[in-house]
Every structure is written in structure tokens, then in C-alpha cells.
Design a binder for this molecule. Structure first.
Ligand code: CDP
Length: 242
């Protein structure tokens, strides 16, 4: 028997994956705004766990004995309120973007208990659909049935320039601002770690639509993804699939 699963208003799941600084979060946030959907930044969730490990001074212990992370995951909460991220009730929106977190996040993200815990939280957050979720494994692992899967790519130099502009806009200056070459190296290193890890590596789902954003403005990439989303919502409405 075919049971029609109605979630109201033809809400779908939009998964946006891709390497560091490829424009996922800006695109995802703006597309969500246009559609009246909820934006979920899964990178912020992995960054929050990493911050928790660092703040507890446990990074070396976890590197040596990965299972020592388990108690810390038990009482973990990560919540989004507007653009702000709360770790165990504390606003960590700025702290999770610090370089010390960026440097360790790929390692912490490679641990099975971390991925299990966050995957379950993400699946719960998307269970009523109407979400745009960005990350590395959303279309492949978290929501392989997402109605729309996007894979954003851009060349590494361009991505480093964007990250530089982002840091400068956030007020980092002078010695606090790494040079573009160094950012490019860090980005390439993180891409390598994310793509080569055993669990949920960064890879494109065969159904995902790849968009190269190297030469696109934010408005252009948002426009492209929004059009694809509206087409998909309309076709799901016609077939009664959402
Ligand atoms: O914004 P940026 O591209 O720098 O990265 P992010 O989206 O904040 O993600 C930070 C890190 O979290 C990534 O480099 C991955 O190691 C990890 N991550 C992951 O493993 N799976 C996800 N779904 C999202 C992020």
C-alpha cells in the first residue's frame, strides 16, 4: 500500500555539500530565507564539539584514547537561534570560528561516536522537512533521500580569498590575519583530511547537482540553487512525493 506522507506545504530537504569555503553556508542560509525553511549548519555542530574538547583541555587525551570523548557527548546540546549557535546553552558563535577550532575540527569529525551522535541530532532536526542543511555528508549519509542534493565546488585560491575576506570582515587584522597562501594550504589540508577519512568522507552523491562557484557571485549561486529548489518543490507537489 502506498502511504502518502504529507508534511504540509510541500516541504523538501535540501542537502548542500562541498569542500571548505565553497560558499555552502552563505548559499544555504539565503536559500532557506527565500523559501521560509530552516537553515542547519552542520559544520557549526562539529565545530562546537571540537570547541568543547579544546575548552576541557582534552584534545591530547582524545587523540590518544578516542573513547575518552564519550562522556562529553552524553550531555551535549547544540542549538541554533537565528544566526547564533549555542553549545550546552552557551553562545559559541564566534568561538567556533577561531583558528584553533578549524585546525582540530577534521580530526574530531573523524571519530565514530561524534558522527553517530551528530547524525542522529541532524536527522531529528530535519525530520519535519523544510530544511536546508549544509555539510560534507548530508546528501550521502545524513539524508541520502533528500529531494535536492547540491555539491558546491570552487578553486582553492578563490576559496582562500573568500575566507580571507570573511576573517577581515569579522575584524581580524594585522597579525591576527593569516596570509592568503597560508589559508589556501589550510583549506587544502582540511579538504584532504575530509575526503580521505574512512567515515562519511566528503564525496559527491551520484544524484547531486554540482555547481562550480569560482566565477559566480553570491546572488548568482543563490539564484541557481533557489531555482532548482522551486522546480523540485513543484515536481514533488505534482507527484505527491514530499
Ligand atoms: O565553513 P567551512 O567550510 O570552513 O567548514 P564547516 O562547514 O564549518 O565544517 C568544519 C569541519 O567540520 C569540516 O572541515 C569537516 O571536518 C567537519 N564536518 C563534517 O565532518 N561533516 C559535516 N557534515 C560538516 C562538517
Amino acid at each position: 500500500m502506498l502511504v502518502k506522507h504529507t508534511t504540509g506545504n510541500n516541504r523538501i530537504i535540501i542537502a548542500i555539500d562541498g569542500p571548505a569555503a565553497s560558499g555552502k553556508s552563505t548559499t544555504a542560509r539565503k536559500v532557506a530565507e527565500k523559501l521560509g525553511y530552516t537553515y542547519i549548519d552542520t559544520g557549526a555542530m562539529f565545530r562546537s564539539v571540537t570547541l568543547k574538547v579544546l575548552d576541557l583541555g582534552m584534545i591530547d587525551a582524545v587523540r590518544q584514547f578516542p573513547e575518552s570523548i564519550l562522556p562529553l557527548l552524553q550531555d551535549l546540546t547544540v542549538a541554533f537561534r537565528g544566526e547564533r549557535v549555542f553549545l550546552d546553552g552557551r553562545d559559541v558563535s564566534a568561538a567556533i570560528r577561531e583558528n584553533r577550532v578549524s585546525r582540530e575540527v577534521s580530526f574530531v569529525s573523524s571519530l565514530a561516536p561524534v558522527r553517530d551522535r551528530l547524525r542522529r541530532m541532524q536527522q531529528e532536526m530535519g525530520s519535519r522537512k523544510g530544511v536546508v542543511m549544509d555539510g560534507r555528508d548530508i546528501g550521502t549519509v545524513v539524508f541520502p533521500d533528500a529531494e535536492l542534493k547540491i555539491f558546491l565546488v570552487a578553486d582553492a585560491r578563490e576559496r582562500a580569498k573568500r575566507r580571507y575576506a570573511e576573517l577581515a570582515a569579522k575584524g581580524a587584522s594585522g597579525s591576527g590575519l593569516p596570509d592568503i597562501g597560508m589559508l589556501e594550504q589550510e583549506i587544502l589540508e582540511r579538504d584532504r583530511a575530509d575526503a580521505e577519512r574512512e567515515l562519511a568522507p566528503l564525496e559527491k552523491h551520484p544524484d547531486a547537482i554540482e555547481i562550480d562557484t569560482s566565477e559566480l557571485s553570491i546572488d548568482e549561486q543563490v539564484g541557481k540553487v533557489s531555482r532548482l529548489a522551486l522546480e523540485k518543490i513543484a515536481s514533488c507537489a505534482m507527484t505527491g512525493k514530499s
